[in-house]
Write a protein that binds this ligand. Structure first.
Ligand code: SAH
Length: 250
């Protein structure tokens, strides 16, 4: 008999942000496939008697390709195991969870989804930046910064993004930050639009760097900004006030 696969979001990084359902299914798992995004606090609480597969370091130091991860999930479920596929944030927000669900369904295996709190919303919130606010923004766009924004077949509509008056949130955007801010300005967004970068949200060493579309690229280089980080663009960023302590406990 086939086992079951749980596609689980771990939330933005601290154990307190795991849902009760996530905790339950993780504790009962026979196999857990994970990467590093959930963070040390959650990864150190995985069940010791389960088979723990680090998708970034399988069999020595090999980073598993997406199809290899999916093959392992199906393989373990086919021998009757309860399998948890653990992902940072919400599994369907840029986590390739949607692709994994397709494969699991094609294999005829039962699946359950455990949503997680996405970093896109929770990380800015944790430093006092609400993505919407009656005075500043009535819409939000969440985009990946991972695709090379200068490639001709970009799936992103830069002209629309530049013209939209709401908040833009970028995940996986550190590497391409200057290209992205440059394209937004080139397409008409004001260079003085405020930008915040929040690195390592929900970790004790989280850090916030603020600037504008014009200068944030340079500021990020000077500060040595590194992933994982959430980038927020828009007037809501003016609500960030470093004089206040973080809104979450460490
Ligand atoms: N599914 C995840 C996102 C996966 S993409 C979610 O819903 O949060 C990975 C990106 O998420 C990172 O490059 C970074 O942009 C963001 N991210 C996830 N956790 C983060 C954290 N604790 N602090 C800052 N950024 C984070």
């Amino acid at each position: 008999m086939n086992g079951k696969v749980f596609i689980v979001g771990s939330g933005p990084g601290s154990e307190g942000m795991l849902t009760q359902r996530a905790r339950e299914v993780i504790d009962a798992a026979e196999v857990v496939l994970y990467d590093q995004l959930p963070g040390e606090e959650i990864l150190s609480s995985l069940p010791e008697d389960a088979e723990l597969i680090d998708c970034g370091k399988y069999g020595g130091n090999h980073t598993l390709e997406q199809d290899e991860i999916e093959a392992l999930i199906v393989d373990r479920a086919r021998v009757g195991k309860q399998v948890v596929r653990l992902k940072g944030g919400d599994p369907f927000m840029f986590g390739r969870g949607g692709e994994e669900l397709e494969t699991i369904r094609q294999a005829g295996i039962e699946a359950e989804l455990v949503p997680g709190i996405t970093s896109a919303i929770a990380v800015p919130a944790s430093v006092g930046i609400p993505l919407t606010h009656r005075r500043f923004a009535s819409q939000v766009t969440i985009m990946t910064g991972h695709e090379d924004p200068t490639k001709p077949e970009s799936a992103l509509d830069w002209s629309l993004l530049a013209r939209s008056r709401g908040t833009i949130v970028i995940l996986m955007g550190v590497k391409n930050l200057s290209k992205i801010t440059g394209l937004l300005v080139k397409n008409g967004r004001s260079g003085t639009t405020p930008v915040a970068i929040i690195e390592r949200g929900f970790r004790a060493d989280q850090r916030v760097t603020v600037g504008t579309l014009e200068d944030i690229g340079e500021k990020a280089v000077v500060a040595g900004v590194k992933p994982p980080a959430v980038i927020v663009i828009g007037d809501v960023v003016t609500l960030y006030d470093p004089a206040y302590p973080p809104l979450i406990p460490f």
